[in-house]
Design a protein around this ligand. Structure first.
Ligand SMILES: C[S@@+](CC[C@H](N)C(=O)[O-])C[C@H]1O[C@@H](n2cnc3c(N)ncnc32)[C@H](O)[C@@H]1O
Length: 355
């Protein structure tokens, strides 16, 4: 292409778009840093502060804190009062950035964004090689970033999703056995255990360090009495269950059909599989055009989910944007023929599947 073919207006629009993406990436870093250093928490707890006060209270370097605060202010995340040069968080910003118990908290999910940058050379090797990069070979901030990316939604919505499943809430209220396959750091296990104290819930994951962290999280949450965690591949866990769940992980696995079939074979009579997957519209054209999260999710899928799938047996490479129709096909191939959408959020699709 020669320069004469360039449309200046379109070029200007594209440059604006790219500057926006670069600003977003820089702010993701700034949010990650602010959460790590406790800057948001201290700003929220102590109220409006000058940079020097915030630096003293967090044990950080004053000049760097002021520079960070000005970036946060320019990015619309922190409020600055020019009259006395103090900075503060609105209640909304505090919910999203400071309070990790809030249903809007998103700051710590930036660990996952950080991981894809840190792991770029490994991802590039996967692109140039056989496509495979195993979950456990990523930087550990991927594991906590994933936990915090999904945890907020599980805490807000998971009890409603269970209510939407046919008869499952009653079984779990009386007791019942649940398997959470690919449980990661156990965020969903903990919500289930808190909501259904009589149920017994086992989290399985093939990644040992995640299982260790999940045990710690369960102990911190006071639910160790009704939860267990085991290192196991999704085709090798023992036992039978009333409910087998996959939270945002089936697409990461090499053989989703074989894994869903294994789950079917490990259901108690009238048991249910609950499949929670990243939200996607059916059909790539429509999903690319109309799903606001698709740019982020396809990109992360190309760096994390699909390479993990390609690193395992079968290596289907389903991808994080499969959509309901394709997921239903996968489940039907596994002998789970009765599939029903139970709920959807901007981030997740929730399917009930039964033999
Ligand atoms: C995107 S993370 C989701 C973790 C967790 N369910 C959550 O929602 O926070 C995918 C998880 O699947 C696990 N995983 C991937 N392949 C697996 C396999 N074949 N067997 C068991 N776990 C697997 C990974 O170790 C990782 O913890």
């Amino acid at each position: 292409m020669t320069t004469t073919e360039i449309n200046e207006t379109r070029l200007e629009e594209l440059m604006g778009q790219l500057v926006g993406h670069m600003t977003g990436a820089a702010l993701c870093f700034g949010i990650w840093l602010g959460d790590e250093l406790g800057l948001y928490r201290e700003l929220d707890a102590g109220g409006p502060a000058r940079a020097a006060d915030l630096a003293t209270r967090t044990g950080c370097h004053e000049r760097l804190v002021r520079e960070w605060l000005d970036g946060q202010t320019a990015g619309g995340l922190v409020h600055r009062d020019p009259a006395d040069d103090t900075y503060s968080l609105t209640p909304e910003a505090a919910a999203a950035l400071a309070d990790d118990e809030s249903p809007a908290f998103v700051a710590r999910a930036m660990n996952a964004v950080a991981a894809v940058f840190i792991d770029m050379p490994k991802v590039a090797d996967a692109f140039r090689g056989d496509g495979g990069l195993s979950w456990g070979d990523h930087h550990p901030c991927l594991f906590s970033g994933t936990e915090w990316f999904f945890r907020t939604g599980y805490r807000a919505e998971l009890p409603n999703w269970i209510d939407g499943l046919d008869g499952v809430a009653d079984i779990l209220a009386r007791g019942g056995r649940v398997a959470d396959v690919g449980c990661g750091h156990g965020a969903s296990v903990i919500v289930l255990a808190q909501t259904y104290p009589a149920a017994s819930i086992t989290g399985f994951d093939f990644h040992g360090p995640s299982v260790e962290t999940a045990r710690e999280r369960a102990a911190e949450a006071g639910v160790s009495d009704r939860t267990t965690f085991e290192v196991a591949d999704a085709t090798s866990y023992p036992g039978t269950f009333d409910l087998i769940c996959f939270f945002d992980c089936l697409h990461d696995m090499g053989d989703p059909v074989g894994i869903a079939r294994y789950a079917r074979e490990h259901l108690n009579e009238d048991g249910t599989v609950m499949l929670v997957e990243p939200f996607a519209l059916d059909g790539r054209d429509q999903n690319i055009a109309d799903n606001p999260l698709s740019a982020m999710l396809y990109t992360v899928s190309s760096a994390v989910c699909t390479p993990n799938s390609l690193s395992q047996d079968v290596g289907l490479g389903l991808g994080a944007q499969a959509g309901e129709a394709r997921l239903t096909e996968v489940l039907a191939e596994a002998g789970l023929h009765r599939v029903r959408r139970v709920a959807q959020t901007p981030l997740n699709l929730i399917l009930e599947a039964k033999p």
